[in-house]
Structure formats: structure tokens, C-alpha cells
Ligand binder design. Sequence first.
Ligand code: NAD
Length: 368
Amino acid sequence: MKNYKVAVLAGDGIGPEITQEAIKVLKLVEERNDVSFELMPALFGACAYFETGDAFPLETKEICDSADAILKGPIGLSHEESKNIPVDKQPERGALLPMRRRYNTYANFRPVSLPKALAHFSPLKPEIIGDGIDLVIVRELVGGLYFGEKETGVNEKGLRYVRETLEYDEGQIRQILVQAFKLAQTRKKVLHNIHKSNVLKSSVLWNEILEEVATDYQDVKVINILVDAAATLLCLKPTQFDVMVMENMFGDILSDQGGGILGSLGLMPSACIGDEKAYYEPSHGSAPDIAGKNMANPYSMIGSVAMMLENSFDMADEAKNVWAAMQGVFADGYSTADLSKSDSGVKMIGTEEFGDKVVEKLRDMPKV
Ligand code: NAD
């Protein structure tokens, strides 16, 4: 039997609620397969700050260091509540970015997927969705503006100022592009390169490196699109995209738009992969507006478990079963509040009930 250690960082807001449902699924996967998961819960985010004074405490670092994979819920507080934590210790700056840096999880895969049968969840018209949306945003995760040097102060005119730097070296660019090309090779062999080279020199270098890397992947067709145009096209014609690669901040923003075209951020899981370590998290935040109400959609968190099974534990077939179990719940006409508009005919259920139904469906599936 294979034994894996999984660090479980439930996080803030809806994090604990959706993590609980993901754990139910993971426990069933354990029952159905010759595998055991040692779950190692740890504090991370605002909850960790309030308990220990540090959003990424040493104990959590040690647990994550020893884990085979990390399952992370969303972290963060509402805009107002965030003011109770010093700026540099707030969850993203104090925990999330340090974790990405610590494990060099440079490749963030964010699937944006909606089968035709679920087109009614989307705000887009059925004719735009066509046979369904199925694309992957590949986001560079440890460079760019989010990781550059920052400075604040008062300038010579007596005005408060801020300076943040956007820095990439060619190694950082090459490694994410290689991942994107490799993924494109396994899919439709088309790669949309999202950039802003008409304004940003970082994009000029990015595109230069892309041309170099492309010579090793000549079976992949590259299509270059400026990020502003890509934002529009993602709404007007999302089906033209298959694999989209972009730098850190572009990916942060466009992937939330990805959730928008599906109908909810609750449909957005993700995998953050480094050469040594990977962690899995929903693309969205802690949704303080619905936290504690049994309203959150756990699809993103359970989908992150499926990505973990496939990428970290070599369990691609069981991962497919998990996806199919979730689609099965939707196909039976159920969903959480985010996707149950009053006139849609969708039967609204809570976070826990959704998790229970996924477990029922998975239990009925043939073992791999
Ligand atoms: P958010 O993603 O938390 O929420 C945006 C909207 O989407 C809200 O209306 C929310 O209710 C809804 N939503 C998100 N996930 C959902 C789900 N699973 N089911 C149903 N509805 C869902 O964005 P925000 O409100 O701007 O940010 C809240 C906090 O999350 C902030 O502190 C932010 O910094 C943090 N954040 C953390 C991460 C992370 O942990 N990786 C990512 C993004 C934002």
C-alpha cells in the first residue's frame, strides 16, 4: 500500500467548510484504493496570524516541508477585517506568497471547464458556449510584480509614494513556457500566448524566450494575443482557447474572469506545481460574504483534490472518477446557491449536501 502525507491548510472564511467536503472525498478515495493518506492539519492565513502572530507559522512550514502534497483552502479576510492585521503580515503577503516562494511552485494550472450540458450555469449565451468551454490557464506563479521589490515612503515633494518592481529573468520565463508547451502537446496543440509587449518590456523578453522555446515544440501552434484583447475574447469566444499561458498578474485576473464565464468562482480549482513540491488550492478567495452559511460551492476544493490525485499521487483514473462524480451531482439537477438562480430549475443544496452527494456518486463508481 502506498502512504502519502498531505498537509491540510483549511484557511479562512469558507476554507474550513469546503475543505471538510474535500476531506470526505479523500477518505473515500482511500477506502476505494490501495492507498493511505496521513492528513496533517495546520494553521495558515488569518486564522494562523490570530493564533500565533504569524500567518505562516514555523510549525506549519515544518508540516508542509514533510508533506508529499499540500491541500490548501482559501485564505484572507474581508476588506474591513484585513485592517486588523499589519499590512506585511496579512494573509497573502504573510503566508501565500512566502509559501509559493518557499516551494518554488512556479506553474499554476487553472482549468476553466464547463460541459455543454451545464451551459445554463454560465452568464454567456448557449451559442457562445457551443459544445462547451474547456481551457486551461497556465499562470506563472513566483515572479513578476507580486514578487518584485517594494518600497514606500515620502518623496522630495513631500508626497507619499510607492514603487513596486516587475522582474523576470529568462530562466523563470523559460520554465513556465516549457510547462505550457508540454501541456499544449497533450491537448489541441495550440498555445495562446497572452502578453502586453506593446507597453511592457517584460513582455518583450517573454515573447523572445517564447520564440526560442517554441523551436523545441514545433508541433504546437502559437497564437499571440495582447492581454486586454484576451479579456474581451474570453467573453466573446471562449471556445477558441485551449491552453493560455501568461505571467503572474495577468493570470490572477484572467483566471477570475474564467470563473465569471463559467458562472461561479466556485467552479475554479487549481494546481500549483514546482519541481520539488506541489500544492493544490481553489483559484478563488475566502468569500467572507458567504462564510459560515453552508452556501459555498466545494467543487473548487474537491476539484483541487482531483488535481492532487493526478499530479502528485499518479492516480489519474480515480481523479477522473472524482470529476465525474461532481458532474453527476450537477447532472441530477443539484447545485449550491451560486449556480442556482431562481428560474433555472436547479435544486439548491448546501455545501455539506453537495459533498455528501459527490461521495454517494463516487461510491457507486467502479473501482479502478
Ligand atoms: P473571493 O474569491 O473570495 O469572492 C468573490 C465572489 O465569489 C464572492 O461573491 C464569493 O461569495 C464568491 N465565491 C468565491 N468562492 C466561492 C465558492 N466556492 N462558492 C460560491 N461562491 C464563491 O474574492 P474576494 O471577496 O475579493 O476576496 C476575499 C478574500 O480572499 C480576500 O482577503 C482576498 O485577499 C482573499 N483571496 C485569497 C486567495 C487565495 O487564498 N489563494 C485568492 C483570492 C483572494
